[in-house]
Design a protein around this ligand. Structure first.
Ligand SMILES: Nc1ncnc2c1ncn2[C@@H]1O[C@H](COP(=O)(O)OP(=O)(O)OP(=O)(O)O)[C@@H](O)[C@H]1O
Length: 354
């Protein structure tokens, strides 16, 4: 395939500014948010259900009673093993998936209570960037159409100014506007991610939810895209929820890190604090004996055993079957996420025993 070479080789040093955002108002706040999914029934079970026969439907507890806020100007890193509910939580934060229980507040207002126009505003101002940009780029549209479609539709720019507007977004995302008549398949993976970012920027968001946004890219390209996110943060005053299974990525980028395990938040703290003084046994296991330089490759090397199925999560503390410190209480009682130091919360019964 004839791809265009990477347009802007960049210095791969990550330089996330750790802005003090503790006092800023939350852009999004989740209060006691849960999301369950009924597993899909096979044909016979569906038929039986339709005929009024009681059919046992299994329920996946993807997200279970999460409180989380993302403040204006923050970069929040959300980390956990595959299947722990990160993407589901990200979609609820972005307002594109409603919770089964709990409330999502956007700039202090219940998302469900917004008028049609306000809900559209909320959707535009919060944009999601996904792992596989190619899957969400229409292969039949040229880059200029992909980037220009939404701002034109929403009246953010007049037809006369659209061409220049698209060029500006492409430049911001590190792409040469001269390439805008090309199709997505003519670009490399990193450049496609830049097209996805230009498309998101084109609707003038203030909040980006990045779901494994660099996971599919080579390490050197990952660093370029991460640098781009941080540059955009400085230029456009953006706020980020950065979802990743990769502790290395999150460490470099985040002001605050939230660790999830089987649908629940088990620890959250300023990034330096999580890496210097991890409290929860799960967080400590994640970080255990992971030499900094190797963190990318061995993000979860320290955690023994498999993550249990969210179809049937263990009672009490979900982590107890894998926890070397578990005692009786852990097997029956859900630990509350409580403050153990300023801005540092952990959900572990060991903190009460201490
Ligand atoms: N639409 C859905 N229908 C049924 N189950 C779902 C649906 N979406 C997610 N799940 C289940 O919810 C759980 C959490 O999934 P989610 O994708 O949020 O986790 P994740 O931490 O983002 O994992 P990964 O990094 O592998 O994407 C998983 O068990 C998943 O199979």
């Amino acid at each position: 395939m004839n791809t265009v070479p990477e347009a802007r080789p960049m210095d791969v040093v990550l330089d996330a500014p750790r802005a003090a955002a503790q006092d800023a108002p939350p852009i999004v706040e989740l209060r006691g948010v849960s999301r369950r999914f009924a597993t899909s029934l096979d044909f016979a079970a569906k038929l039986a259900k339709r005929l009024g026969v009681k059919v046992r439907e299994d329920v996946v507890h993807a997200v279970d009673g999460v409180n989380l806020s993302v403040r204006k100007g923050e970069v929040v890193g959300l980390v956990g093993e595959s299947g722990c509910g990160k993407s589901t939580l990200g979609r609820m934060v972005a307002g594109i998936m409603p919770p089964t229980d709990g409330t999502v507040l956007w700039h202090g207002r219940d998302l469900k209570a917004l008028s049609g126009a306000e809900a559209r505003q909320a959707k535009l101002r919060t944009q999601m960037i996904f792992q596989d940009p190619y899957a969400s780029l229409n292969p039949r549209l040229k880059v200029a159409e992909i980037v220009g479609e939404a701002p034109a539709f929403h009246g953010l720019v007049g037809r006369g100014g659209l061409d220049d507007y698209v060029d500006e977004q492409l430049r911001r995302a590190g792409l040469d506007p001269a390439l805008k008549r090309r199709y997505p398949h003519q670009f490399s993976g990193g450049q496609r991610q830049r097209i996805g970012i230009a498309r998101a920027l084109a609707v003038q968001p203030d909040f980006l939810v990045c779901d494994e946004a660099v996971a599919a890219l080579d390490v050197s390209i990952q660093a370029q895209i991460l640098n781009l996110f941080m540059k955009l943060r400085r230029e456009l005053d953006l706020t980020y929820l950065f979802i990743s299974h990769d502790l290395g990525v999150v460490e470099h980028l985040s002001d605050r890190v939230v660790i999830m395990y089987l649908g629940r938040v088990v620890e959250e703290a300023p990034a330096e604090e999580v890496f210097a003084r991890p409290n929860h046994p799960y967080t400590r296991a994640l970080l255990a004996e992971v030499p900094r330089i190797e963190a990318r490759k061995r993000a979860f090397a320290g955690v023994k055993g498999e993550i249990p199925s969210p179809l049937n999560p263990p009672p009490g503390c979900h982590f107890h079957p894998r926890c070397p410190h578990a005692f009786d209480r852990c097997r029956v009682e859900r630990p509350a996420l409580r403050e153990i130091a300023p801005g540092h919360r952990s959900a572990c019964h060991l903190n009460d025993a201490a």
